[in-house]
Design a protein around this ligand. Structure first.
Ligand code: PRP
Length: 187
């Protein structure tokens, strides 16, 4: 069955709201890392590439970027509980000021896996930045250092977030629900 059929999108965070918040996060990083030599942003693929592309342009510091790929959801909407590395970093991170950039933190399993994995590579510092945080869904304790929006337990798509690979290109974030839900307003 096509997972996109029978789903409806309802507006949640507009492109303007997102851009304002991303600009504020960029200013915060610029302030917090102003005394360091350089900031190294690591985007967690696939979901974070849109957020990272906008965030890096709001950081007024020497900044470098890399990417790491993980997957735990596949084409499902429920975390499998098993985090897989699908792409490793291109460069070492020893002695770098690293910020891991995520689109969303849900159970916390992905971030726990990445923090455990990357801390073994001896970065000078290692912090986390997520556009969206769903603390009500945590399975393991985890608090991001930088959060764009704290949200309820909605299944959201757009701005990098997907449903079975679709909707990542949307410039806004929408709530995705079965279209037979009575309170829906289609976009
Ligand atoms: C999503 C998201 C995070 C992770 C968060 O990735 O991008 O990496 O889930 O969930 P958690 O806190 O429950 O671990 P997904 O596996 O959907 O892959 P994608 O980024 O390629 O869409």
């Amino acid at each position: 069955m096509n997972p996109l059929s029978g789903t409806t999108l309802r507006a949640f965070l507009s492109a303007v709201q997102i851009q304002e918040r991303v600009a504020a996060l960029g200013q915060q990083l610029t302030h917090d890392y102003g005394g360091t030599n350089a900031l190294h942003l690591i985007g967690v693929l696939k979901g974070a590439w849109v957020f990272l592309a906008d965030l890096v342009r709001q950081v007024d510091l020497p900044v470098t970027c890399d990417f790491i790929g993980v997957s735990s959801y596949g084409k499902r909407t429920v975390n499998s509980g098993v985090v897989r590395l699908t792409l490793d970093l291109a460069e070492p991170i020893a002695d770098l000021e690293v910020v891991l950039v995520e689109d969303i933190v849900d159970t916390g399993l992905t971030m726990r896996f990445l923090l455990e994995t990357l801390s073994l590579r001896n970065p000078r510092s290692l912090r986390t930045c997520t556009l969206l945080d769903k603390p009500s869904r945590r399975i393991v304790p985890f608090t991001p250092d930088y959060v764009g929006f704290t949200i309820p337990d909605y299944f959201v798509v757009g701005y990098g977030l997907d449903l079975a690979g679709a909707y990542r290109h949307l410039p806004y974030i929408a709530i995705c629900r079965p279209s037979d839900s009575s309170e829906e307003t289609a976009l």
